[in-house]
Unconditional design. Structure first.
Length: 179
């Protein structure tokens, strides 16, 4: 079961009129593919600069900092004080994999620190019944494969969220799809 925790109030708690419901920060831990699916959902559409990705082989650690769209934050119901449409939020989030044995990439220019990647998904790959790797899938046919001895991953929000008017949009899966 997911080992996820959050500073957000539970769904049954009512926020007082002065409380901002999106003020909670994520602090999640993943130890299996199911948990990683939760982290992947929160990280969908995150923006990651290549310069904010680090593999530390001596510490068996892989890190990145993402500019994460806060899917869990409810859009404001009234016009924002910052202007029409500034109802969504982004926040910086740190993602850390422990017990890393190797990292491989495809389509990534490691020398271009300013290159901006859009994270689409994180997939778990089983090897002989064990999870041997997690692959971070980015737009533009870029992927980073993180090979692990034992699954252990953390996602934590860093700093404060900021407003944005830009909500990620996804094309329909098929023509005529009513979604």
């Amino acid at each position: 079961m997911a080992n996820a925790t959050s500073d957000k109030a539970s769904a049954g708690d009512k926020a007082s009129a002065g409380d901002k419901p999106s003020a909670g920060k994520l602090k999640l831990k993943a130890v299996d593919a199911e948990d990683l699916g939760v982290l992947s959902a929160f990280l969908q559409d995150s923006l990651v600069a290549v310069g904010d990705i680090s593999y530390q082989p001596a510490d068996k650690r892989f890190l990145l900092v993402a500019n994460r769209f806060r899917w869990e934050a409810m859009p404001c119901e009234e016009e924002s004080e910052l202007g029409d449409g500034d109802c969504f939020e982004r926040i910086h989030s740190g993602l850390r994999f422990e017990n890393v044995t190797a990292v491989k990439s495809r389509g990534l220019d490691a020398l271009d620190a300013a290159q901006l990647l859009e994270l689409l998904d994180i997939e778990a790959e089983a090897t002989a019944g064990q999870y041997g790797a997690f692959t971070l899938i980015f737009a533009g046919d870029v992927a980073i494969r993180v090979e692990i001895a034992t699954p252990l991953c953390f996602l934590e929000d860093i700093g404060e969220p900021w407003p944005t008017k830009w909500r990620p949009k996804h094309p329909l899966e098929a023509p005529g799809d009513p979604r």
